[in-house]
Structure formats: structure tokens, C-alpha cells
Design a protein around this ligand. Structure first.
Ligand SMILES: Nc1ncnc2c1ncn2[C@@H]1O[C@H](COP(=O)(O)OP(=O)(O)O)[C@@H](O)[C@H]1O
Ligand SMILES: [Mg+2]
Length: 266
């Protein structure tokens, strides 16, 4: 399939040779798409993104089964710099920026892919994030949470990726800031043509921008579909979209059983 950029096929990831964190995960990311990978804490989302970007090697983990196909080539267990060179960039969870460097210096510190026009790229990043342009001489340590995330996205984009992996952009940020960041993700796709795989615990906001979503639990995909279908899914509503908020989050399976028994007894 020519319009498929990334395909995970039966992916299994094992930490320290004994802890299986991801099991039999298959998912497709079409060229130009925005795909959401949803799930609660510990589901295996970060592990999946770090497997794609090659960073699991640094965490003493390996892909032990299955395959990661990128542009039709196998890339599982390659070194991170080789994966970046092929056009995949990660915005990590709790994004890392160089706090003692200015915004401009942070963007300069990124190794851009061979063949990319660095100057043009940085200009387009400033156009996408006017706040970064305005604050370019400010040290990253003084930025707000939202501005830091913008810089983290900008730094990943400075690699000139074709596929951007984004891990929990919304974590710890106010809803209006998150909305602005999601708008910017949409603009990244439109203006730079970048494909996005977006990991989120916050299903609400991820399904607003994604074309397709997968729900992960205990290292496996338990559900997938269009945002319309996922939003309409009763279990998703109850479990991920905040119905009964504040309570302990039950597993998807528990909710299913719960719904079944409730239907039974009225
Ligand atoms: N460095 C690590 N060593 C061992 N186990 C890990 C490590 N990182 C994550 N895990 C385990 O892998 C599972 C999935 O974690 P993670 O991918 O971080 O989930 P998520 O991002 O969905 O919260 C969890 O059970 C977690 O304890
Ligand atoms: Mg995570």
C-alpha cells in the first residue's frame, strides 16, 4: 500500500528481557494522517512510541516479536539516530528542552536531516508558533508549560520529519493551552505535510484532531475506529470521556462487564 507510512504488525516489546509491556500491537498510520493512540496510565503507549523511534534501546528494552514497517522497510531495533535520519521524530513525554539555552539556540541545537533547508525550516516553525518567534531570545527555563511544549514540538520539527510522534502533549496543561497546541498539530499537518501519531490519555481532545484512533490497555489494542465511532462507543464514553469522573478508573474490560450486568438488572 503506497499511502501507508507506518505499520506496526504484532509488535511485542520486552523490558530487561523479562517484562512484556507491549503485546501483539498492530496499527496503521497513513501518509498525511493524524492517528491517536489512547489509553490510561501504564497501557504501553510510551513504550510503543519509543519502540518506533528506537529509544527503547536506552531503557534496556527490545522489540522481541513482530515488525515496524516504515515506508515499507523494517526499522525495529535500529539505533535512534538512524531512525531520525529516515524521517521520524519524537516529542517525548514531559518534554525535554535545554533550559539554559534560548528558544533560538534550542532550535539550532537540533541535527537537521540531510538535504533539508534548515533556515527555511526554522522560519516555518516560527510561522507555526508565533510565541516562539516572539520569545526566541528567552531562555527555555523561563517559558510557561504551553510554550515549552511548543518548543518541544518545534525542536522535533527542526529534524525535518515526515512522521511526528507526540507523547502526551496535554499533560499538566490548562484546557485552553491544550486546545491551542492541538490547533497547532492540525496546522503542522496542513502547512508542513507532516504525518502525526498522537499519544494521549485525554481521549476528548485527541479525538477532536485525529482521523482515526486506537485504544490500548495492558499492552494490547482493545478497540479502534474513527473518532465518530469511538465517541459513540458506550464503553469509551463511560471510561475515557469522563462520565463518572473522579472515580477510580476501571479497566475497559471491567466497564464492559459492568454495563452488561447493569443491562441485566435494569
Ligand atoms: N524502563 C522500564 N523498565 C521496566 N518496565 C517499564 C519501563 N518503562 C515502562 N515500563 C512498564 O511498561 C508498561 C507500559 O508503560 P508505558 O509504556 O510507560 O505506558 P503509558 O505510556 O501508556 O503510560 C508499564 O507496566 C510500565 O511499568
Ligand atoms: Mg506514557
Amino acid at each position: 500500500m503506497s499511502d501507508l507510512l507506518l505499520r506496526l504488525e504484532g509488535l511485542e516489546v520486552v523490558y530487561h528481557r523479562v517484562i512484556t509491556a507491549v503485546q501483539g500491537v498492530s496499527l496503521d498510520v497513513p501518509q498525511g494522517g493524524i492517528v491517536a493512540l489512547l489509553g490510561t496510565n501504564g497501557a504501553g503507549k510510551t513504550t510503543t512510541l519509543r519502540a518506533i523511534s528506537g529509544f527503547i534501546g536506552l531503557d534496556d528494552a527490545r522489540v522481541t516479536e513482530g515488525a515496524i514497517h516504515y515506508r515499507g522497510e523494517r526499522i525495529e531495533n535500529l539505533a535512534p539516530h538512524r531512525i531520525t535520519a529516515r524521517g521520524i521524530a519524537l516529542v517525548p513525554e514531559r518534554s525535554k528542552v535545554f533550559e539554559n539555552l534560548t528558544i533560538a539556540e534550542n532550535l539550532e541545537a537540533v541535527v537537521t536531516r540531510r538535504g533539508a533547508n534548515r533556515r527555511q525550516l526554522v522560519d516555518s516553525i516560527y510561522a507555526l508558533f508565533p510565541a516562539l518567534a516572539r520569545l526566541r531570545a528567552r531562555e527555555a527555563g523561563y517559558l510557561s508549560g504551553g510554550e515549552r511544549q511548543m518548543l518541544a514540538i518545534g525542536s522535533a520539527l527542526a529534524c525535518a520529519p515526515d512522521l511526528l510522534l507526540v507523547d502526551e502533549l496535554s499533560q499538566g496543561l490548562a484546557p485552553v493551552v491544550v486546545e491551542e497546541l492541538m490547533d497547532q498539530i492540525l496546522r503542522v499537518r496542513v502547512e508542513l505535510g507532516t504525518t502525526v501519531l498522537l499519544v494521549e490519555q485525554n481521549a476528548h481532545i485527541a479525538l477532536e484532531v485525529a482521523d482515526y484512533g486506537y485504544v490500548m490497555e495492558n499492552g494490547r489494542i482493545v478497540l479502534d475506529g474513527t473518532p465518530e465511532r469511538l465517541r459513540a462507543h458506550a464503553d469509551i464514553q463511560e471510561f475515557y470521556l469522563g462520565a463518572g469522573g473522579g472515580q477510580r478508573r476501571r479497566s475497559y474490560r471491567e466497564v464492559k462487564q459492568y454495563r452488561r450486568s447493569r443491562r441485566w438488572y435494569g
